[in-house]
Ligand binder design. Structure first.
Ligand SMILES: NC(=O)c1ccc[n+]([C@@H]2O[C@H](COP(=O)([O-])OP(=O)(O)OC[C@H]3O[C@@H](n4cnc5c(N)ncnc54)[C@H](OP(=O)(O)O)[C@@H]3O)[C@@H](O)[C@H]2O)c1
Length: 319
């Protein structure tokens, strides 16, 4: 079958190790099933894999991709929860948690094997392309806002880096949930677009907000950490899911302990969170924001789009 795989690591030139070509059919152990992939979306996780983060040489080639929407063997339209081993399902309670494409082949392929328990019905109102955005970026944004952040209608949130997959999801979910949403972006055009999605204010990275916020969603890392620590109210929460720009900012420990700021790490979310998210987007008629759609054969071009940082929303692959 056709698949996009990482075949070698290149920390400085990640596209060099990306190959689209023939790959072995998926193997389905007991209690697993095979999904015919119709769409998958690119995530920064795929970039880290190409850079050699989280994988070992002896695991190569590894099929990339951590989320998908497709069709189960019984004809049901499904989305794929990409966390294997969480909640004790799929591979047994003592197997450590992994994401698809870390230990098991990923979703940038014609077919993918997953534990049957990892399938969630696709919301009927979403296309396969839109539904493929939910299991990673959208689930992470949902968990950061409502589980880690504990946000409720009327609360305020700052979302760093408005254009990203996680960030655009957080803006749309936050606005739909009645939050006061602030964003930062390096691009004036992306700031305008965030305002058009319902953000209350959009500022350049590092610029002072009109007020301090209850929760900050931090996925940019080094470039925005100082601003995140200064923008959250005393006793507020910074939910962290990534460090796209680097992982070595000054820790700002003095301000963190003096202002009693809570730092909460997030990795995606549970299957139940994904089901709740699917229900939320259905009842609120929310459509994931797609930057561009590329056929699987053109994964190189799609990955280049993600690496450029010019995207606003999700970069989607169709199979
Ligand atoms: N823990 C998890 O489960 C999980 C899940 C999903 C993602 N992540 C992580 O979260 C991060 C974002 O993921 P994503 O898929 O949303 O990535 P993405 O679509 O590539 O978005 C990254 C955004 O970060 C901003 N940014 C990048 N470099 C910046 C810099 N130097 N200064 C200021 N802003 C910068 C950009 O916003 P502007 O262009 O608007 O400034 C960009 O749109 C990644 O590191 C990823 O690994 C983690």
């Amino acid at each position: 079958m056709l698949a996009a795989s990482v075949t070698s690591f290149s920390p400085d030139s990640p596209l060099d190790g990306l190959e689209v070509g023939d790959a072995p059919e998926p193997v389905t152990p007991e209690h697993w099933t095979t999904v015919d992939v119709r769409a998958a979306s690119l995530n920064h996780h795929d970039v880290w894999s190409l850079r050699g983060v989280g994988l070992r040489e002896e695991q190569l080639p590894m099929i990339l991709g951590t989320d998908a929407a497709g069709v189960a063997p019984d004809g049901t339209e499904v989305i794929v929860h990409g966390v294997i081993g969480a909640d004790g399902h799929g591979v047994g309670p003592r197997e450590r948690r992994t994401l698809l494409s870390e230990h098991h082949p990923g979703t940038l392929a014609e077919r993918v094997a997953v534990p049957a328990a990892n399938l969630i019905p696709k919301p009927a109102g979403l296309s396969f392309e839109e539904a493929a955005c939910l299991p990673v970026s959208w689930l992470t944004a949902y968990t950061m806002l409502f589980t880690a952040g504990g946000l409720a209608p009327g609360n305020s949130v700052l979302i760093q880096g408005a254009g990203g997959g996680v960030s655009t999801a957080a803006v749309l979910l936050g606005v739909a949930a009645g939050l006061e949403v602030f964003v930062t972006s390096r691009s004036a055009e992306k700031r305008e677009r965030a305002l058009s999605l319902g953000a209350a204010a959009a500022v350049a990275p590092g610029e002072r907000l009109p007020q301090r916020v209850d929760v900050v969603l931090e996925s940019v890392g080094q470039a925005t950490w100082k601003h995140s620590v200064r923008s959250v109210r005393p006793g507020g929460t910074i939910a962290v899911c990534g460090a796209t720009s680097g992982d070595a900012p000054p820790a700002e420990l003095t301000r963190i302990f003096f202002q009693e700021i809570r730092i909460q790490g997030v990795t995606m979310g549970t299957r139940d969170d994904l089901a709740a998210l699917a229900n939320f987007v259905s009842t609120q008629d929310i459509k994931p924001l797609i930057d561009s759609v590329h056929p699987l054969q053109n994964t190189q071009e799609a990955m280049a789009r993600l690496l450029s940082g010019a995207q606003f929303g999700k970069v989607v692959i169709t199979v």
